[in-house]
Ligand binder design. Structure first.
Ligand SMILES: [Zn+2]
Length: 247
């Protein structure tokens, strides 16, 4: 096939995927939405990005960015977390990722099946709980042997859990702004409800959490990690949710 034919075929394929019909039940379920069942892991917070993935203005995210910038100026350690609530709920518009050099979002979210083993530990002495990863166990990570609350070492009850869930990720902007400003990650039930429905231009409503994260950016044929803002539904106790406003 010539390059031109290949491009036309590809455009047709994208069009077919984009125009894919979604049955009414699936659409209604997405409009009803889902609450957070977020299973997060504690990670070091990356740096606050200076600019959005595409464009120069934070548009509807400006007030959240200002809050994060204030937190960042005050934080004394890289381990101190940055993040702020999206509450009251805000509307976001799914983008096709134009400007981030990555064509994978043209047809909608990237879906991944996440699976790993988690070791849930509970201190025999004070009852504090924490988790260790397979890597921590393999490397006998000393920091994870110690209860961070009362300081006893190696005195805990352990439950091995197989964690498995669906995750979807997609770029978003705010209404009235065209540029990709941040990424959204949905896990578990919210991911399942919205995965087949979302496409560039879809409008969603989220109550959740926004924080710095690392995301892939593409330039020429290379891909590298850059600092970017990530929106999640937050952990379960904060009442985070997502729902579809318009497909
Ligand atoms: Zn303890």
């Amino acid at each position: 096939m010539t390059d031109r034919n290949e491009r036309i075929e590809r455009a047709k394929e994208l069009g077919k995927q984009w125009n894919k019909d979604v049955d009414k039940d699936t659409l209604d379920a997405a409009k009803k939405g889902a609450k957070s069942d977020y299973v997060g892991q504690w990670k070091r917070t990356p740096n606050l990005p200076k600019y959005p993935p595409a464009g120069q203005s934070w548009c509807g995210l400006q007030s959240f960015y200002d809050t994060l910038q204030k937190q960042d100026q005050k934080r004394k350690s890289k381990w101190k977390r940055l993040g702020t609530a999206i509450k009251p709920p805000q509307q976001f518009v799914v983008t096709d990722g134009t400007g981030i050099g990555n064509r994978e979002f043209v047809t909608g979210p990237r879906g991944t099946d996440v699976a790993y083993t988690q070791y849930q530990r509970k201190c025999n002495s004070c009852g504090q709980t924490w988790v260790a990863s397979q890597k921590d166990v393999d490397n006998s990570n000393k920091a994870k042997e110690r209860c961070w609350k009362c300081g006893v070492v190696g005195q805990y009850k352990e439950t091995k859990a197989n964690i498995a869930y669906r995750e979807i990720k997609f770029p978003v902007t705010t209404p009235g702004c065209g540029d990709t400003l941040a990424y959204v990650s949905l896990t578990g039930e919210p991911a399942k409800k919205l995965e087949s429905v979302l496409r560039p231009g879809s409008v969603i409503e989220i109550q959740g959490w926004i924080k710095p994260n690392k995301e892939w950016k593409y330039k020429n044929t290379k891909k590298f990690l850059v600092d970017a803002l990530l929106i999640t539904l937050g952990s379960t106790q904060h009442g985070g949710y997502v729902k579809l406003i318009k497909r």
